[in-house]
Design a protein around this ligand. Sequence first.
Ligand code: ATP
Ligand code: MG
Length: 139
Amino acid sequence: MAANKTLTMIKPDAVRNGHIGAILNQITEAGFQISAMKLTQLSLADAEAFYSVHKERPFFGELVEFMTSGPIVAAILEKDNAVEDFRTLIGSTNPAEAAEGTIRARFATSIGENAVHGSDSDENAQIEGDFHFAGREQF
Ligand code: ATP
Ligand code: MG
């Protein structure tokens, strides 16, 4: 059976702070395979579309501003139980509540600037993977 997929973004804070290599290393050490990857920068329209589920939330403007503030690394990751296992690996949204050793505990600076994104369902993993990558970029 094919492995499950999830979509991650290494967010602008972690890219700016030089953590791309350490985060990718933690991801691959945890057993995820990278099946698509790029360095890119979201436009305002991209970020608003990607996070449209949060458009009524008070932090939406801040979130869009942050996510467009610099380059990100987008990647599709494969592993059995990818969505749930990846959210365990990254830890809670708020790094102050993230379990020790998780990616957010190690690299996030605040609830807004929290180093990485992880899909929240198999359905959204597919939608988010297709948002970032053409078919010929997915291996
Ligand atoms: P992500 O979707 O980026 O993986 P998440 O699923 O842990 O994060 P969501 O509830 O989907 O959390 O929120 C999306 C993003 O919005 C968060 O990662 C964070 O960057 C930002 N965010 C969430 N809550 C707040 C808040 N209270 N204040 C500021 N920013 C927030
Ligand atoms: Mg989310």
